[in-house]
Design a binder for this molecule. Structure first.
Ligand code: KE4
Length: 432
């Protein structure tokens, strides 16, 4: 049996950092990444045969758990009919219809292969629809690695962003403005001075890339009002929250809090592909009609709407639409967060947590952070020690304090109880 360390050393010889996506390398938490050999239900096994209760779920897609029989059957059948044709298929129509059925704000969607591709295309479409160049994002929100979105806040309000990555020329991000999440005054001030130049405001409605931070109702309401007033598009990045926090995504949660609320454009990924490479972006028919081949905004993809991926996504969406699915999943996730916070309190360790549907987060802090700066000021050292104490007990949490966690329908009450029991051991060690 090859060890994780041996695989990691071999991987690093041929793949940068030994991984195909940075967070997998455990650099935030230290230690050797686990090379996963298989998954089933709520569990994954590493190359050394160690079993883990999986709270990553491929960073969101595996909402049913690994190897759901109906999904497996759909994928196997689709694969037998052909992997990819480069021509339209009926199943792409079915998936588009399934997404639109659950998301009233979307009249048409375009299917693509990753959240990055969907976010990048959404930005281009917003710029094409408005004829404007400036875009607004918020510190701590991640929308994929398209150049224009790899930006950190400028030196002050309304100054253009600076690249967060080498290889991104300053002129590429000169139109990207980065504001503080949940800061109503900043968005007010920006629109007051530059409102007529803004193509879109893009947001993670519940920010899973700074662990778990909710946009406040006043903040969300004000962005909606300002975008409407100034003709900017309000883009909801629901790659993580879509079909994960609720069947209708985060926008259905906010529609319940703000009468008549809806974004102008939505980006989806993860769950809609069920673990296969598939993402989407959607909006009104008027906006979407600007896309090639109908309109002047170009966008394309060899594997867009891939026949096997659409089968996987459709089978997944069918299962999560079953009556009671999200009630059960939400209850399971809430019991996890409640159990963790109670265990921490018993050990005298400050811990706060939150969840929505099958997505959760927790912080070694006394109150829930409302923005990126506060998230990054929470106790990282304690988080990392907790992460490893749990990993050593067969509980696989997100290997970074700025990442959210995910519960699947395959996680049983016993899995949650075992996780909380392991946390009791870990918190006692932390408190020592
Ligand atoms: P992908 O290009 O990775 O499919 O999607 C990018 C993306 C866009 N928008 C949001 C809100 C996202 O969370 C993501 C990707 N999420 C990360 C997890 N923080 C994926 C994990 C990774 O990068 O390996």
């Amino acid at each position: 049996m090859t060890s994780n360390q041996a695989l990691f050393e071999r991987a690093q010889r041929v793949i940068p950092g030994g991984v195909n996506s940075p967070v997998r390398a455990f650099r935030a938490v230290g230690g050797t990444p686990r090379f996963i050999s298989r998954g089933h239900g709520a569990y994954i096994w590493d190359a050394e045969g160690q079993r883990y209760v999986d709270y990553i779920g491929s960073w969101g897609p595996m909402i049913l758990g690994h190897g759901h029989p109906a999904v497996l059957e759909a994928v196997q059948k689709a694969a037998l009919d052909g992997f990819s044709f480069g021509a339209p298929t009926e199943r792409e129509i079915e998936l588009a219809e399934a997404i639109i059925q659950r998301v009233p704000s979307v009249e048409q969607v375009r299917l693509v292969s990753s959240g990055t591709e969907a976010g990048m295309s959404a930005i281009r479409l917003a710029r094409g629809a408005t004829g404007r160049s400036k875009i607004v994002k918020f510190e701590g929100c991640y929308h994929g690695h398209a150049d224009a979105l790899l930006v950190k806040a400028g030196s002050g309000l309304a100054t253009f962003g600076h690249p967060t990555s080498a290889g991104v020329p300053p002129e590429v991000v000169q139109h990207t403005l980065v504001l503080e999440y949940n800061n109503v005054q900043q968005i007010e001030d920006l629109f007051a001075t530059q409102g007529d130049q803004i193509a879109c405001v893009m947001i993670e409605p519940i920010a899973g890339n700074m662990n778990f931070v909710r946009a406040s109702v006043p903040f969300m309401k004000r962005i909606r009002e300002l975008c409407t007033k100034h003709g900017a598009l309000f883009v909801f990045d629901e790659v993580m929250t879509g079909f994960r926090v609720a069947l209708g995504g985060a926008q259905s949660v906010y529609a319940g809090l703000i009468p008549g609320f809806a974004p102008d454009m939505s980006v989806f990924g993860k769950v809609i592909g069920g673990g296969m490479p598939l993402a989407a972006f959607g909006a009104s028919k008027k906006v979407m009609s600007l896309l090639a081949p109908l309109g002047p905004v170009y966008q394309a993809g060899t594997l867009s709407g891939n026949p096997v991926a659409t089968a996987c996504g459709l089978a997944t969406l069918k299962e999560i639409a079953r009556p009671g699915f999200f009630e059960t999943l939400s209850g399971r996730t809430q019991s996890l967060v409640a159990g963790l916070t109670a265990a921490a309190a018993d050990a005298g360790v400050p811990l706060v947590g939150d969840s929505q549907g099958g997505m959760f987060g927790f912080f070694f802090a006394d109150t829930l952070p409302q923005n990126y700066a506060v998230v990054m000021a929470t106790d990282k050292e304690r988080f990392n020690r907790f992460f490893h104490a749990m990993l050593d007990q067969g509980i696989y949490l997100a290997p970074a304090l700025y990442e959210a966690g995910f519960v699947s329908a395959a996680h049983t009450a016993d899995d949650i109880a075992a996780t909380v029991a392991a946390a009791r051991v870990a918190f006692r060690a932390l408190a020592a």
